[in-house]
Design a protein around this ligand. Structure first.
Ligand code: F6R
Length: 596
């Protein structure tokens, strides 16, 4: 969703900082972009529909002389993608960029119109600019005007504001949308996410909800929602700028698929006892004491990881687990008590529904644990305890390495909860990167299958038991990046409806581990073949009746989700590549879904 970049200072060229930063935020998904700066006390704005490369053309001959500038990529919520709706929005001397949704914007707009203000765009953001401009007429300071304005707004926002009245100050404030400051020498940066800042600084400050930062070239002052000065901790980022680069791969997604063995090694590191016979997690010893129910709550791919988590925790630790989509959980009045544990899983740590579900769980007195990839993200900070996946920055919109590292955390949690010696399962986990490498070596074979079938209009994925969520994940990956309609099903459900779809044009992707369900899966494949469906089998022993068969290493059952997930990612990737879609930034999708 929308990306914000801000710069104040003389050490760098503002245009370069903004364009560089906005490119690093492209992964969030957007449909228009713009920049604004103040030069000789006058605001200049250049914005357009389309990609940043389009914006670059518009600003190619402009040499920005100012020292204060804002940039933005917009993911349309109120009003279609267009130049007029693109940010920044200026009302009088006030210019604003915004990420989030102002839910009461229509009522606010009517009030402002009654005061004589006129609007050019259809956006809620122009209303924010107008509110601030209106408050500035009477407020004691620029900062107070912004605080008064945001107090009137419902919904979510990360806002950066500049005014010709105070051309040496950038004001930033947030609620439920991320905003991070980067500190340099005689300069300061502002962004929706770390990769936009990494080239310039690794010293960052995370703004909390309702906090306001007043930023000048030499100093940042922080205030709470009442305008009282507060102090903030500076964090050092250990990711390097290179970690957020493609490193020779054609797409971030492909790079991230191949990074998975390393991501597993990093996530496992520090979570085992010295002689590797017990799992040691950085959470309070009593955290799971007296726990009645465990709820796993998440969205999208993280929800699929949570479904796998249920199988792992119930089978290994014999604890009852419920899994919920965050967007359902937050509204279904869940019955929670202080003896329940709610585990919210999120790569970004900013997903609006997951964050709201976590807030609800806390309000109801449940204990909360976050599984997050982004350090100090909103979900990570709000939860009582946090377990980080160490996947590194995930830029491709389709989640890959975050997913498999989430699977690892659920494996570790299940073993942690089991409470008996687990040397063998732990040994299996330490060997996992080696097995994953073996699967990745089959990329070329998977590419050949994609080359044959990328023109198909639909696909069906089926799996059983712990691989049923992997069938869901495979179908989601294919939909997201290749736009081929795909559906994941528990194989046992085929007869109850989806089998009606099977004909000679339908690829059926079957996940067939060499386990107790092997014969049942074979029967399901027979049924598909009998209806002339195209069987693409991923299995651990040869399946002669399949049209295509990729054989995966034979591993203990709790490793199977990892090994079957990798070819699902590769198949989706190569299908999309053959179709020529925008793999890293698929249409209509955003990496960090910060609105409901
Ligand atoms: C799928 C995908 C999305 C996310 C979902 C949750 O490839 O990326 O389905 O998994 O939007 O995002 P996080 O994990 O950031 O909460």
């Amino acid at each position: 969703m929308c990306g914000i970049v801000g710069y104040i200072g003389t050490q760098h060229n503002p245009k370069e900082v903004l364009l560089e930063g906005l490119k690093k935020l492209e992964y969030r998904g957007y449909d228009s972009a713009g920049i604004a700066w103040i030069e000789n006390n006058r605001t200049h704005i250049v914005k357009c529909k389309g990609k940043i490369s389009e914006l670059e053309k518009h600003v190619a001959t402009i040499n920005i002389q100012g020292t204060i500038a804002l940039g933005h990529t917009r993911w349309a919520t109120h009003g279609k993608p267009s130049t007029i709706n693109a940010h920044p929005h200026q009302v009088g001397d006030v210019t604003v960029v915004h990420n989030g949704i102002v839910e009461n914007f229509s009522a606010l707009k009517t009030e402002l119109e009654a005061k004589g203000y006129q609007f050019k765009s259809e956006t809620d953001t122009e209303v924010i600019a107008c509110l601030i401009k209106n408050e500035l007429e009477t407020a004691s300071s620029f900062e107070n005007a912004v605080l008064c304005a945001v107090k009137q707004m419902n919904g979510s926002y990360a806002i950066a504001v500049m005014s010709e009245r105070k051309p040496g100050t950038l004001v930033a404030v947030k609620k439920a949308s991320p905003l991070v400051l980067g500190l340099g020498k005689k300069e300061c940066f502002l962004a929706s996410d770390i990769p936009a800042l990494l080239k310039f600084t690794n010293q960052v400050v995370y703004l909390e909800d309702y906090e306001l930062a007043s930023i000048t070239e030499n100093r940042v002052s922080y205030y709470d929602k009442n305008g009282t000065a507060i102090s903030k901790q500076v964090h050092k980022i250990t990711w390097t700028a290179q970690m957020a680069e493609k490193g020779g791969f054609e797409h971030f997604m492909l790079k991230e698929i191949f990074e998975q063995p390393q991501a597993i090694i990093h996530t496992l590191s520090g979570k085992l006892s010295p002689n590797q016979d017990a799992v040691e997690l950085p959470i309070h010893n009593d955290f799971f004491k007296n726990t009645t129910n465990i709820y796993l709550v998440a969205c999208g791919t993280a929800w699929h990881a949570s479904l796998v988590g249920k199988y792992l925790i119930e089978k290994i630790a014999r604890r009852r687990v419920e899994v919920d989509l965050a967007s359902e959980f937050r509204y279904r009045h869940p019955i929670l008590s202080k003896n329940d544990v709610v585990i919210v899983t999120s790569q970004s740590g900013e997903t609006a529904d997951s964050l709201a579900a976590l807030q609800l769980a806390k309000e109801k007195g449940a204990k909360t644990l976050a599984i997050c990839n982004v350090k100090e993200s909103s979900i990570a900070r709000l939860a009582d305890e946090v377990l980080y996946t160490e996947a590194g920055p995930e830029i491709g919109v389709a989640s890959t390495k975050a997913f498999t590292t989430q699977l690892l955390i659920f494996n570790l949690l299940a073993l942690y909860l089991e409470n008996t010696p687990q040397k063998e399962k732990i040994l299996n986990l330490t060997r996992l990167p080696f097995f994953m490498e073996q699967v990745l070596h089959q990329a070329e074979e998977i590419k050949k299958i994609a080359t044959k079938h990328y023109k198909k209009i639909a696909a069906l994925y089926m799996g059983r038991d712990i691989l049923y969520p992997i069938a869901l994940e495979g179908a989601l990956k294919l939909k997201e990046i290749s736009y081929i309609h795909a559906h994941g099903y528990p194989a046992g459900e085929m007869k109850h409806g989806p089998i009606a779809l099977v004909d000679s044009n339908l690829p059926v992707i079957a996940l067939i581990p060499d386990d107790d369900f092997f014969d049942k899966m074979m029967s399901n494949i027979e049924e598909v073949r009998a209806r002339e469906g195209i069987v693409i089998a991923f299995s651990q022993r040869p399946i002669p009746m399949a049209h295509h068969n990729i054989i995966l290493p034979l591993t203990p059952w709790h490793l199977n989700p990892f090994l079957f997930a990798l070819p699902m990612q590769l198949l989706a990737y190569y299908m999309a590549r053959c179709k020529g879609t925008d793999i890293d930034q698929p249409k209509n999708l955003a990496k960090s879904v910060t609105v409901e």
